[in-house]
Ligand binder design. Structure first.
Ligand code: ADP
Ligand code: MG
Ligand code: ZN
Length: 610
C-alpha cells in the first residue's frame, strides 16, 4: 500500500467517525425530543378531548392510540398524545361521529423508534460517503452533484471586448491573429489539414492585461468565452475541481468554436514536485490530471482553443508545457512608454480632462507601471476630482493619484519635530545626490508625508527613458542615491539611524549582483558566481553557486562591501560639496512636507550663483 492509498483509507475512516458523530447528534438533539414530546395521557382525557372536538388525527395501534390535537397557534406543531388502548367497541363510531381522521397503522415505538432515530440520519450520509469514496477511487471520474451544480454556472460569454480596448500589446495581438482567423472559420483550416496549437499560455507580470487579452481574443473572433480561474478550484471536496474541468470542456465542445480560458493556471498547474503540501494537494493534482486528460482527449481543430494565463510560469508542471498542450507561450510584458500612453488614452477616453493634462508626460513618469496600475491611477484621479466637486480631472489629480499608487494611500500623521527634521534631511539627501550626479534619473518629487505602507518619506525619480542596460558607472551612481539618505544623516547629525535599513538592503543587493553576476569587480573578474533559483517575475532569486570556494565567497563579501562603501563615500562627498543646498531643501521639506523636482533644480542653480 503506497502512501496515497494509506491516506485515502485514513480519510475514509475519519469520515466514517465523523458521520457517526453526526448521527448521534441528530439522535440527541432532534429525534429524542421528538419522541419525548409525545405525552402520555389517560384514556378518559382522550375521550374528553374527542368530545370537545379538539382531536385532529388518530392512529390506532394494537395496544396504543397516538393522536394529535388541533394546534392552537402557528408557532408550535400540534401536540402528540399517547394513550394505552382500552377495550372500547364504540371507539370507531365515536371517531366517525366526531369527524376525526383516523388510521390503523402500527406506529414505531420502543426499539423501533430508537433504530429509526439512528437510521434516518445515517442514510443520506452513507450515500454521500459512498459516492465520495467511490469517486476518490476512480480519480474523480464520476459525476457528482457538487461538481455538477457549480459547473452549471459556467456559461459561455460573448465578451464584446476588442483589441482596441487593449493598449501597448500589438506584437502579442499579431500572434493571436491566427487563432482568431481559425476561430472565425475553423473549416478553412481543417480543409487544408493545418494544425493550430491547442493551448496558448499567456505569461507575464500581474496586471499587464492577460485576462483582458484573452477576452479580447474571443471578442475579436466573435465566439463564446468560457473562463474559470485556477483559484476557484481551491475547494473542499476532493474531485470537485476535476468535475468542473470536465463540465467546462463538455460545454465548450458543444459551443465550438469557442475559447476556454483558464486564469491563474499556476493554482492548479503547479509542478507536482514543488507544490506545498497542504490538504488540497490531492485535489489540485486531480484537477490538473483532468485538465491534461481533456487536452489530450480532443482533436486539434475541433474548434476549441484553450488559453491560460499565469504570472509564475516557473512553477508550472512540465507536463502542461508538452507538445499538444500549452505548446505556445506568449509573453505579455510591462508596457513601454508608447504602450503606457495608449493605455492611458484608452482609460481616459470617457474621463473629462482639464487642458493642463498631458498624457505624454504621465506616460513618461510611469515607467514600470502595469496596465492595471495605470487604470487604477486614472480612476483615483477621477475620484479625487469628484470628491472636490470638479467637472474635470487636472494634472494635479493625476500626480496625487500616482503618488498614492506608488506609495500607498497618504496618511496624515504628525511626525515629532525632531523626527521630521531627520526624515527631511534623509529624503533631501537622496534627492540631492540624484540631482547632482550626472547619470541618475532626475528627481520628480520628494515627500516626507508618511505613507500607509510605513515609509516615513519617499523620493520619486523620473526615468527619462525605459532602461534596458546600465553601465557600471550608472549603477554606482544609483547606489550613491540609495545611500544619500544615510550620508545626509551622517553629515548633519553625526549619527546613523534605522531609517536607512531598507536603502542598505537594496544597495547591498545591487552591489552583490555587480560582483557575482555582472562581472563588475576587477578582483573577481568576469565570472558568474550565482545560479538561478527560478527567475521569478515577483522578484529576483538567485543563489550562490555550490562550487564557490570559501576564499572566493569571502572575496565576494569584501568586494560587495567595498562597492557599497565607495558609493556611500561618493554620496557623502557629493552632499558635502553642496551642503548649503541640502539645508535649503530640508527647510522646504520641513515646512511644506514635499518638494518638486523643479523646485530642487531651482535651489541647486540659485546656490551656484549665490
Ligand atoms: P492580468 O490578467 O495580466 O493580471 P488584467 O487583464 O486582469 O491583468 O488587467 C486588469 C485591468 O487592468 C484590466 O481590466 C484593464 O482595465 C487594465 N489593463 C491591464 N493591461 C491593460 C492593457 N494592456 N490595456 C488596457 N488596459 C489594461
Ligand atoms: Mg488576470
Ligand atoms: Zn532612504
Amino acid at each position: 500500500m503506497d502512501d496515497k492509498q494509506k491516506k485515502k483509507v485514513r480519510f475514509s475512516v475519519s469520515y466514517f467517525g465523523f458521520m457517526l458523530l453526526l448521527a448521534w447528534l441528530f439522535q440527541m438533539l432532534i429525534f429524542e425530543p421528538m419522541v419525548l414530546r409525545i405525552r402520555e395521557v389517560p384514556y378518559s382525557e382522550f375521550l374528553r378531548q374527542l368530545e370537545a372536538g379538539e382531536v385532529a388525527q388518530v392512529t390506532l395501534g394494537e395496544s396504543r392510540l397516538i393522536y394529535t390535537c388541533c394546534s392552537d397557534g402557528e408557532r408550535q406543531p400540534p401536540p402528540v398524545y399517547n394513550v394505552v388502548r382500552v377495550e372500547d367497541p364504540t371507539l370507531i363510531d365515536r371517531l366517525v361521529a366526531a369527524g376525526v381522521e383516523f388510521s390503523a397503522e402500527e406506529p414505531a415505538s420502543g426499539m423501533g423508534t430508537q433504530l429509526l432515530g439512528w437510521l434516518i440520519p445515517l442514510l443520506p450520509l452513507a450515500i454521500i460517503w459512498y459516492a465520495l469514496f467511490h469517486r476518490m477511487q476512480q480519480g474523480g471520474m464520476n459525476v457528482m452533484s457538487i461538481g455538477k451544480s457549480k459547473a452549471r454556472e459556467i456559461a459561455g460569454e460573448m465578451t464584446g471586448v476588442k483589441f482596441k480596448d487593449v493598449g501597448g500589446l500589438e506584437e502579442v495581438e499579431v500572434e493571436l491573429r491566427e487563432i482568431i482567423e481559425f476561430l472565425k472559420d475553423p473549416e478553412r483550416f481543417t480543409r487544408i489539414g493545418a494544425k493550430l496549437p491547442k493551448g496558448v499560455l499567456l505569461v507575464g507580470p500581474p496586471g499587464t492585461g492577460k485576462t483582458l487579452l484573452a477576452r479580447a481574443t474571443a471578442g475579436e473572433a466573435g465566439v463564446p468565452f468560457f473562463s474559470i480561474s485556477g483559484s476557484d478550484f481551491v475547494e473542499m471536496f476532493v474531485g470537485v475541481g476535476a468535475a468542473r474541468v470536465r463540465d467546462l470542456f463538455e460545454q465548450a465542445k458543444a459551443k465550438a468554436p469557442c475559447i476556454v480560458f483558464i486564469d491563474e493556471i499556476d493554482a492548479i498547474g503547479q509542478s507536482r514536485a514543488s507544490a506545498i503540501s497542504v490538504g488540497t494537494n490531492d485535489e489540485r493534482e486531480q484537477t490538473l490530471n483532468q485538465l491534461l486528460a481533456e487536452m489530450d482527449g480532443f482533436e486539434a481543430n475541433n474548434g476549441v482553443v484553450i488559453m491560460a494565463a499565469t504570472n509564475r510560469p516557473e512553477v508550472l508542471d512540465k507536463a502542461l508545457l508538452r507538445p499538444g498542450r500549452f505548446d505556445r507561450q506568449i509573453q505579455v510584458v510591462l508596457p513601454t512608454e508608447a504602450g503606457r500612453l495608449q493605455i492611458l488614452k484608452i482609460h481616459t477616453a470617457k474621463v473629462p480632462l482639464a487642458p493642463d493634462v498631458s498624457l505624454d508626460r504621465l506616460a513618461q513618469v510611469t515607467a514600470g507601471f502595469s496596465g492595471a496600475d495605470l487604470a487604477n491611477i486614472v480612476n483615483e484621479a477621477a475620484l479625487l476630482a469628484v470628491r472636490q466637486g470638479r467637472e474635470q480631472v487636472t494634472m494635479e489629480d493625476f500626480d496625487l493619484a500616482i503618488e498614492r499608487v506608488v506609495a500607498g494611500l497618504q496618511r496624515r500623521m504628525a511626525l515629532k519635530p525632531e523626527l521630521k527634521r531627520r526624515v527631511a534631511y534623509h529624503e533631501g539627501g537622496h534627492a540631492l545626490v540624484a540631482q547632482l550626479l550626472p547619470s541618475t534619473d532626475p528627481v520628480h518629487k520628494v515627500s516626507i508625508i508618511p505613507t500607509a505602507k510605513g515609509a516615513l518619506g519617499y523620493t520619486m525619480q523620473m526615468p527619462e527613458e525605459d532602461t534596458y542596460l546600465l553601465s557600471k558607472r550608472e549603477l554606482q551612481e544609483q547606489l550613491a542615491v540609495m545611500l544619500g539618505g544615510r550620508a545626509a544623516e551622517w553629515l548633519v547629525f553625526g549619527e546613523r539611524s534605522t531609517g536607512a535599513a531598507n536603502d542598505l538592503e537594496r544597495a547591498s543587493d545591487i552591489a552583490r549582483r555587480m560582483v557575482t553576476e555582472f562581472g563588475m569587480s576587477e578582483t573577481l573578474g568576469p565570472v558568474r558566481y550565482t545560479t538561478d533559483a527560478g527567475m521569478g517575475y515577483l522578484g529576483y532569486a538567485a543563489t550562490m553557486r555550490q562550487d564557490v570556494s570559501p576564499e572566493t565567497a569571502r572575496l565576494i563579501d569584501t568586494e560587495t562591501r567595498r562597492i557599497v562603501e565607495e558609493a556611500e563615500a561618493l554620496a557623502e562627498q557629493t552632499l558635502r560639496e553642496r551642503e548649503e543646498v541640502l539645508h535649503r531643501i530640508a527647510e522646504v521639506l520641513i515646512t511644506k512636507e514635499s518638494i518638486t523636482g523643479d523646485q530642487i533644480r531651482q535651489i541647486v542653480e540659485q546656490g551656484a550663483t549665490a
